[in-house]
Design a protein around this ligand. Sequence first.
Ligand SMILES: Cc1cc2nc3c(=O)[nH]c(=O)nc-3n(C[C@H](O)[C@H](O)[C@H](O)COP(=O)(O)OP(=O)(O)OC[C@H]3O[C@@H](n4cnc5c(N)ncnc54)[C@H](O)[C@@H]3O)c2cc1C
Length: 399
Amino acid sequence: MMDLRSGMPYHWILNGLPHTYPLLDHDAQTTALVVGGGITGALCAQALADAGIEVLVVEAGSIATRSTSASTALLQYELDTPLHILAGQVGEATAVRSYQLCAEAIESIMLLAETLGECAATRRVSLQYASKRGHVEQLETEHTFRKKHGFETDLLAAREVRKRFGFRKPAGLVSHKAAEIDPYRFTHLLLQDVLKKGGRVMDRTKVVSSERSNSGYLLRTDKGHLIHAEHVVMATGYQSQRYVDEPGIQLHSTYAIASERIPIAEPWYRNALIWETATPYLYLRTTPDGRILIGGLDEGFRNPALRDKLLDRKARKLEKLFKKLFPEIPFKTEYSWCGTFGGTSDGLPYIDRDPRTGAWYVLGMGGNGITFSKVGAGMVRDHILGRPGPDAGMFRFGR
Ligand SMILES: Cc1cc2nc3c(=O)[nH]c(=O)nc-3n(C[C@H](O)[C@H](O)[C@H](O)COP(=O)(O)OP(=O)(O)OC[C@H]3O[C@@H](n4cnc5c(N)ncnc54)[C@H](O)[C@@H]3O)c2cc1C
């Protein structure tokens, strides 16, 4: 399997092993097979089970311990590509609908989280600050464009950024819809709900081959068992490049740290999610147990050995960048980790059927990986139910 993360991911350490799952030790049959037990597979499986569809989830390793465990899980509707720029790339209607779908996905994730149990899901506002004076115009244009399309944002001048957040930046854009979540715990809760609804979840079960059969698909696991499924949903994360030949996916390396607990309940304005206009961008959020998570300093390569070699240096640099923004907040790094991160040139995901195999792929990409996974879960469910919605086909392969 691809080495997707290293170090000490905070959410995994925080939760340990809340639930265990059996491995598949027999042949099996199901209506829908979800391959991958990260947050994407869990969201897909829960949406299917909730719609009354028989579902089996198989995970090659342990549940939620790949990219999902490394995620800092800021949930934002704005993509890495600003709306006015995305509109120029993919057309205004698709760009606006993509933003709307992410905003709706935040709402449905929050509703799900409220019904499933405690997973530190909290609504937030988010601030994107202008990293330099030359980026102010971009924020102004974005503000106007978002307002035109019904997204509530406030444009802050330097004075207001300073007043609310305490640091000096030339401008900022506040979005009113955002949230944060514990992605590791949420994944386990989703899968517990799948079990409650009669679905099955197996880990340590890797799919090694797949072929079409008369009534669906026949898949073989690494232990030699066969799974017969009418529908297959591949939620295999950044490793999916080995299954689909999609040149639009670029993998790189990213870094994150979590502070020791700090004795300040609200270190900045409403504990907003914070990010910036520079690329790669620095981003930060707080946690319910009083820590600060910071991520960024991405490198444009995927090589895990090289990625890991840089971890200590990147962790020190992230801490330094935080102290430059907030010199008064006592910050000491307690956990640091790094991971592979997948992006696309337009910031949009791939949610589509592989034309060769017919299997569905739900590949949330970029800074909105999780919200797009929720969007994909709904699209796949609707397709399997035989009622694809008007957005089906928006995030095609080969676009
Ligand atoms: C440091 C970091 C910070 C991030 N921050 C954010 C953020 O703030 N907000 C956000 O929205 N996103 C963020 N992301 C991205 C987000 O984490 C991902 O979009 C998300 O975790 C992807 O989940 P997944 O379930 O698709 O992938 P994964 O968690 O990698 O799960 C895929 C699973 O598929 C399994 N699998 C693969 N092949 C097979 C097979 N053949 N058989 C069986 N199982 C298989 C793997 O073992 C794996 O467990 C971040 C990512 C990183 C690394």
